[in-house]
Design a protein around this ligand. Sequence first.
Ligand code: UT7
Length: 315
Amino acid sequence: MTPPAVVTGWGTALPPTVVTNHDLEQRLDTSDTWIVERTGIRERHVGGTVAGLATEAAAAALERAGTRPQDVDMLLLATTTPDETVPHTSSVVHHRLGLSGGAMDVNAACAGFVYALVTAFGSLAVGARRVLVVGAECLSRITDWDDRGTAVLFADGAAAVLLEATGGADPLHGGPGLLGYDLGADGSAHDLLVCPHGGTMSMDGREVFRRAVRVTVDSATAALCRAKVPVEDVALFVPHQANLRIIEAAGSRLGIPAERTAVVLDRTGNTSAASIPLALCDALAGSRVGDGDIVLLSGFGAGMSWASAVVRWAS
Ligand code: UT7
């Protein structure tokens, strides 16, 4: 059981350079029509560094919360693309923001943000009061820009939430916080999406697609079941933003309609660990989440790894 907790601040960062599908048409054997029909992506942002984007997003979250950096107990940075192998990028973000407490990177690919969020709730359970959870990626650095199978998909960005312990009822008795979660991995499929040191990503897109729908549905269902929340009660579904067809297929199998699903990938592409918080923050910016709402977050990706969390919202 984790203590009652609320998200008191959130923020995003996208690098200023926008690459449209029409830009990609100029250098690849592809078309805007193919990319939109097969993925739902129209444009994406590229550039920056993970530390820079994460710092910008986290600073915005702290400002929105009105929280001083020295009052943060832990920074969890979900990223697959750390700026350097050593040190962990979260230590740089920690320094730039002037944070107190611990800092660690979490690498669980596109499931990384939900892994970090569940870990953040666990940190509150062992005494932390405020945990910054950030998802940030510079996938453009490990993308083969001559491979049309991946270059049209991946992009850069970051988003952050500040999770704070609060008083009152615990989540299982009507209070805000984590109601249930599901984490998993299947390393026997690790070769479906790989990037060697110094190289670029290669992916068996068709097989990843097939597994993605199944894994999202199974993991989300397991988390809802543990939370004892019927799917009809989900006010907002925040899935990993890899492909609109995956999101629609998973939503339809779960029984969650498009109007209760957060989608940003048309504007952001697939930003791996940043994709779920970017979609969540977009929904928050649109006032789509209110106090007491049930939010279901579900990610999957390389590994294969997956993670789902059911949260009763309050701000
Ligand atoms: O976040 C990590 C997890 N990653 C994912 O979830 C990605 C999952 N996979 C996907 O989203 C999709 O599989 C892709 C978007 C990568 C590919 O879409 P698809 O509908 O599965 O296409 P496909 O791989 O089955 O290829 C269909 C055709 C092929 O041509 P032929 O063999 O039918 O002549 C491809 O060569 O489309 C071709 N193709 C393209 N054509 C135009 C592949 N990429 C492109 C492209 N532009 N960019």
